[in-house]
Design a protein around this ligand. Sequence first.
Ligand SMILES: Cc1cc2nc3c(=O)[nH]c(=O)nc-3n(C[C@H](O)[C@H](O)[C@H](O)COP(=O)(O)OP(=O)(O)OC[C@H]3O[C@@H](n4cnc5c(N)ncnc54)[C@H](O)[C@@H]3O)c2cc1C
Length: 453
Amino acid sequence: MERQFVVVGGDAAGMSAASKAKRDDPETDVVVFERGEWVSYAACGMPYYVAGVVDDLDDLVTITPEEFRSERGIDVRTGREVTEIDPERNRVTVSDGDETDEQSYDDLLLATGAHAVRPPIDGLDRDGVYVIHDMADARAIREAIDGDGEPPRSAGILGGGYVGVEMAEAFAERGLDVHLFEMLEHVLDPFGAETASVVEDHLREQGVDLRLGTAITGFGGDDRVERVETETDSVPVDVVVVGAGVAPNADLAAEAGIEVGPIGAVATDEYGRTSEANVYAAGDCAEARHVVTGEPTHVPLALTANRAGRAIGATVAGTPTPVGDVAGTAIVKAFDLEVARTGVLDHETAREAGFDPVTATITDRSRAHYYPGGAEITVTLTADRESERVLGASVVGADRAGKRIDAVAAALHAGATVTELERFDLAYAPPFSPVWDPVLTAARVLDGRLDDE
Ligand SMILES: Cc1cc2nc3c(=O)[nH]c(=O)nc-3n(C[C@H](O)[C@H](O)[C@H](O)COP(=O)(O)OP(=O)(O)OC[C@H]3O[C@@H](n4cnc5c(N)ncnc54)[C@H](O)[C@@H]3O)c2cc1C
């Protein structure tokens, strides 16, 4: 009988693994169970669908289940939830909502993703309060704006993480007044205070009513949400999006006795293998190793999922392939600003990992000073005092500021020092950057600071 590779979850990690395994070893029988109706969809594009930048929800789908079946020979079964794993018998139990069935496997991949956190707040279940995590959420939010009912005029957003910031822009694009509530002192906490302050000024300039250090205590109204309540205020809203972060879907693994790490994600080794040798985990449900700290971490981002899935597909097909370390590199559009981060920025986390962090922040132009159309870019760079190794960075600005973070991400993967980063040969021509790109200038300033202190 052919080898059976069974995948639970049909999005980034799952379909990358399924496709790679089938391509590398066409003899393998690849079966994917997806409990929803979509596979291989771009959750990252959902805020832009709500904004109206993307017309059709189906535009977010890369390959349909039918195409996977007919063009790639992968047995994709939608509307099928895996409810149990029996690692001793190498079998999973699958439910279609009415009936259950069993499926055997030689290798199993858990690519079950994460779920949106729903904080215990009064009124969270009122109509008009949404999370945005799967395609059905995106469709429901867009229908709330474009449907037959009275269109909403005002939106409340819980959380100033990247989803909250993207949704603020999406609602503003659709002409809604936006109130964004963040209980911490800054939005985009993982991007650092220097970067967040620039974003906050910009959000306010764009008309967002930004309330920092403000926790939402309830969502008031009758059946439908009508108000966001805080300790001190009651703000009228017609629609709410809750962006309180995500948590890994690791219960299936835990119930089967597969190890789940302290972060709550499925524990994996460098090949994505779990505590069961023929069971793998990848993407938002799994741990990954941080390139700076060397410790397990949880980075629920798309490339992490796609990369790990692809590597596991290769491993299962016979070529052991490490899933690769993560740096937590992320980029967000906030109206006219590009905001990006990588590595370890926050000093407390750096100290916990055994580093002595030193940081420099510089602001420079995005293009040669004489070339029209330039904008300010702020780069914050952190390094370890003793080893001078680059630990992390954030970048904020317009005019292609964001992807500049990739140079620092490359430095992190290479384990480069600040002096080595300063000597990187980055591209220059007047329309694109000053001779010394702002990343190089930040490295030079930080190098000087390390020498002085
Ligand atoms: C609004 C939004 C914007 C985002 N923007 C970005 C971005 O700009 N950049 C970025 O890098 N990342 C972004 N992300 C994150 C990115 O989408 C995820 O990191 C990525 O989708 C993770 O892929 P995954 O395959 O691990 O999990 P998922 O995409 O969550 O897929 C898991 C799948 O498993 C299925 N499933 C779960 N349990 C079972 C079961 N028991 N049986 C069968 N099926 C099951 C689920 O239905 C789901 O389809 C965004 C996410 C959201 C929600």
